[in-house]
Structure formats: structure tokens, C-alpha cells
Design a protein around this ligand. Structure first.
Ligand SMILES: [Zn+2]
Length: 292
């Protein structure tokens, strides 16, 4: 463990409201203020790249955390997708001299549906792939399709073997409530693509690893577990279909004891089941043609 990691690991336990951070790779930091949202920042030779401001309060504390590590300028603040709980607060970094960046599909949604704390991005990108040169590292941006929300971008930093993954992988938790705005088939396919990307460590925007392990981020193992959960739940539903279980009785009939220890199992498994059943019944949604 490097000295910096020791210092920040200690700081991460401090019972104050400055948030917590940890160096999880060379110059790669995870950061949270304890609301279940995790940002990442990468310190380079000349500048800093930030991933996910979430909201202004979070972003201000994130900026303070960055300033406790380095006085290098924040050149870019990357935003993963359109949803308000991720795309707000970018103005904090714009005012600090950075350029906020979103996929054009996300930016169009934010423009049409501004939240209380929203700001249009300073730059947008289009298509399925774009790289940003940060000097001694690069940020690879990939839009993998309509898996969740609009324009959801997976970021990798190959020089640091790091990634930032929003909403597609949430360690140690069942799917989020009613699985809103996910195309589940595209999500599974995207997880397969994500597993082929070049990274060893990532920050997952939401992370339910126990204790303060969430500050350690996530790995491909968690992406595999996410995909397996979807498959196991679908197979359990199909097994109830085969048994002739009444449609409305299926959510209470489906049990996946191997995931009992996951956060949300008691509260959300039935909702997850309803959503996946609906998907099997109606077909995949949401969907739009050529969403690039
Ligand atoms: Zn989302």
C-alpha cells in the first residue's frame, strides 16, 4: 500500500462531511460523500480528469478533495448519462475552469428536461467512440447502445488500467427497484462488451460492497456477477412460466437464495421480477432505431 493510500484510507474514516476518497490505482481516486454516489478523478502530469459530478453539493466536495491532492487544473468533467441523479452539478466544474462533456443524446435530453441543478454541457460528442488526449493519459469514451438512459458512456483510461462505469454495474445489489429506463437485453450485451475492455479497476457509480470496501471501487468480477444475476432471474421466471404459475403469483414465487446477502434483495427482488416478466411479455424497452 502506498503512502498516499494510507493517508487517504485514514482520512476516509474521518467522521466529517468532507467526503471520503481512496487512491485505487496510480493517480486514480474514488470519492464519495456517503450518499451512495461514487465519483472518480485521475491526476495526470498536467491536469486532472473528473468523472461524474452527480450534483452541486457533491461536486463542491469532490473539487475540494481534488485540491487536497493536487493544484493541477481540472481540464474535463465527464458526465455518464442524462439522468438527473448523475448529470447535475456540472456547473461547479465549469466555474472551476473545466469543460463538462456529455454524449449528444444525453445533452439533448438534459436540454429538453432540465433538472433543478442541471447545466448544459460545455462539449458534446456523438457516435459510439471518441478519445480525449489528456497528455500522459487518455480518456476513451464508448457509447455501447441504449442499455440505460440516453448516451450512457463507459470511460476507460488505458494508461492506468482504470474505468468509470455508471449504473451498468452495481456491486452487491440486486437491480434498482423497478429497473427504470434499462433495456435489459442491451444491458446484458453491453456488460459483455465491457468485460472485453482494457481495465483492472473501476469506479462504479453506485456500489454496495460492505463497510468501506465500496471506496475500493469495482472490478470485472462485479460486472460478471451483474450479468449472472440478470440471467439467473430470467431463468427463474421462465421456470415459473413452465410450471404454469399464475403471472401475478410469479414475483412472490421467485426466490434466488444465492443473492440473499445482496442489498435490496428483500425490498426489490419482486420489483425486479415484475420488470423482467414485463420485458419477457412485451418485448424489450425502451428502444429507438440507430440510437447514436
Ligand atoms: Zn441512470
Amino acid at each position: 500500500m502506498c503512502v498516499a493510500l494510507l493517508i487517504f484510507a485514514t482520512w476516509s474514516h474521518a467522521a466529517d462531511d468532507t467526503g471520503a476518497m481512496r487512491e485505487i490505482g496510480a493517480g486514480v481516486y474514488s470519492f464519495t460523500i456517503g450518499e451512495g454516489n461514487h465519483s472518480m478523478f485521475v491526476v495526470g502530469a498536467d491536469n486532472v480528469a473528473v468523472f461524474e459530478p452527480f450534483h452541486s453539493g457533491h461536486a463542491q466536495k469532490l473539487l475540494a478533495a481534488i485540491r487536497s491532492v493536487t493544484d493541477k487544473p481540472v481540464s474535463h468533467a465527464f458526465i455518464s448519462h442524462n439522468h438527473w441523479d448523475h448529470s447535475s452539478g456540472g456547473q461547479v466544474f465549469t466555474e472551476a475552469g473545466a469543460r463538462t462533456v456529455m454524449h449528444e443524446l444525453a445533452a439533448a435530453w438534459v436540454e429538453a428536461n432540465p433538472g433543478r441543478d442541471s447545466a448544459p454541457p460545455d462539449a458534446t460528442w456523438s457516435g459510439s467512440r471518441k478519445d480525449i488526449d489528456m497528455g500522459d493519459f487518455s480518456v476513451e469514451m464508448r457509447y455501447l447502445g441504449i442499455n440505460h438512459g440516453l448516451g450512457l458512456t463507459v470511460f476507460t483510461i488505458p494508461e492506468r488500467k482504470a474505468a468509470f462505469i455508471a449504473d451498468l454495474v452495481t456491486p452487491n445489489r440486486v437491480m434498482f427497484s423497478v429497473v427504470p429506463d434499462f433495456n435489459i437485453g442491451e444491458w446484458e450485451r453491453s456488460l459483455g462488451e465491457l468485460l472485453n475492455l482494457d481495465f483492472d479497476i473501476a469506479v462504479c457509480s453506485h456500489n454496495e460492497r460492505p463497510g468501506d470496501e465500496a471506496l475500493n471501487g469495482c472490478t470485472k468480477t462485479h460486472a460478471e456477477e451483474e450479468r449472472q444475476f440478470i440471467r439467473d432471474l430470467r431463468n427463474a421466471i421462465i421456470a415459473e412460466f413452465a410450471k404454469g404459475t399464475r403471472f401475478m403469483a410469479i414475483p412472490k414465487a421467485v426466490r434466488l437464495p444465492q443473492y440473499e446477502h445482496w442489498v435490496g434483495y428483500d425490498e426489490w427482488l419482486e420489483m425486479n421480477t415484475y420488470r423482467l416478466m414485463t420485458d419477457l411479455f412485451m418485448g424489450p424497452f425502451p428502444w429507438i432505431p440507430d440510437a447514436q
